[in-house]
Design a protein around this ligand. Structure first.
Ligand SMILES: [Zn+2]
Ligand SMILES: [Zn+2]
Length: 341
């Protein structure tokens, strides 16, 4: 019996009778992070990193049963040892380490190797089997230095301010928005937030996350007050009537997909910034090597091409179909938090 297996409900540890990021309601669920394709409603009991507890309550309901753990803290269930380790993806994100009789598996959830200054940086965890996403598992995806991208964003904002335009910058409401906010140069002008993002900011601030000052976009703000400002908005707000009040404006989007030619045009925005919370091609290869694992299971993204590549490298690799959606889902973000605006 494998330590972890893939069932129609999700990644399953049969010895402990526990699931990781299950997509069908189960009794016990360990959750890697708060994005809606990983943290789904309906489970009887949730466990996650401390910093994900309030995110889960906010998204799934205050009444859910949820236990928080620190990074590296271990707990036993039916003789299986579990622990959460930094994944560097978003605040509260964790890889889940599973150990039984000397055998170690790691389910990484979503992760990236760059330190974004907000979520604790990814830490490689030694294991025999590594379950990995490969959202951007093709050589064409190689991220530019994030510090340079943040400079470009601030420069774009400054240029817009000088041209008398409001800057609308879009990124998904949990993770990307706070990462962008953390690196904005507040000396350029005021920062405003769409309700879906501000609601998430409030949840995170209550959990002790320090974020720069923001002002929620409301109907009673005078149009003049937006002048020279930057508005953080979720991708779903692009092209919506909600934006009219900011005219004239320039619109930018921050996503890994901006590395693809034509992606910016298809989203009909003025600027695309290549910034992702998922590993790129060099990153996923580095991560796999550093785990020391021989057995690699790919779950979402370019699974078939990437698995073929791993087999050629001598790994014992396979692809499993899951209901994780990668950054595609996070770009459209058709979940409830969006409707709170
Ligand atoms: Zn995610
Ligand atoms: Zn995901």
């Amino acid at each position: 019996m494998a330590l972890l297996e893939f069932t129609e409900s999700g990644i399953y540890c049969p010895i402990a009778d526990i699931y990781i990021d299950p997509w069908r309601p189960v009794e016990r669920a360990l959750i890697t992070h708060g994005h809606s394709d990983h943290a789904r409603p309906g489970h009887q009991h949730y466990a996650c990193h401390h910093d994900s507890v309030n995110i889960l309550r906010f998204r799934l309901g205050q009444e859910i049963s949820v236990t928080g753990y620190g990074y590296g803290e271990t707990f036993l269930h039916r003789g299986v040892r579990f622990s959460f380790h930094p994944a560097g993806h978003i605040i509260g994100s964790a890889q889940i380490r599973v150990e039984y009789q000397g055998e170690v598996w790691v389910a990484s959830g979503d992760y990236k190797l760059e330190d974004d200054g907000l979520a604790p940086a990814y830490e490689p965890v030694k294991c025999h089997a590594f379950i990995t996403e490969c959202t951007f598992g093709l050589p064409v995806y190689k991220w530019p230095d994030p510090a340079t991208v943040h400079q470009e964003i601030n420069q774009w904002w400054e240029n817009n301010r000088k041209a008398g335009k409001v800057s609308i910058l879009s990124g998904y409401s949990l993770g990307k928005a706070q990462r962008l906010l953390h690196h904005l140069d507040a000396s350029i002008g005021p920062v405003f937030t769409h309700g879906a993002i501000e609601n998430m900011n409030e949840v995170l601030r209550e959990s002790g996350v320090v974020l720069p000052d923001t002002r929620r976009v409301t109907a009673d703000i005078n149009k003049k007050e937006y002048k020279g400002g930057l508005v953080l908005a979720p991708p779903s707000a692009i092209g919506s009537a909600w934006q009219k009040k900011f005219q004239p404006f320039s619109e930018g989007i921050a996503s890994g997909w901006m590395a693809l030619r034509g992606a910016r045009r298809r989203r009909s925005v003025d600027r695309g910034f290549i910034l992702s919370d998922h590993v790129d091609w060099p990153g996923v290869n580095t991560a796999i090597r550093e785990t020391g694992a021989q057995k690699i299971i790919t779950t979402h993204g370019y699974t078939s091409i990437f698995t073929k590549w791993l087999l050629e490298q001598g790994y014992q690799a396979s692809a499993e179909s899951t209901q994780f959606e990668g950054e595609l889902n996070e770009m459209s973000e058709a979940d409830n938090s969006e409707k709170a605006a």
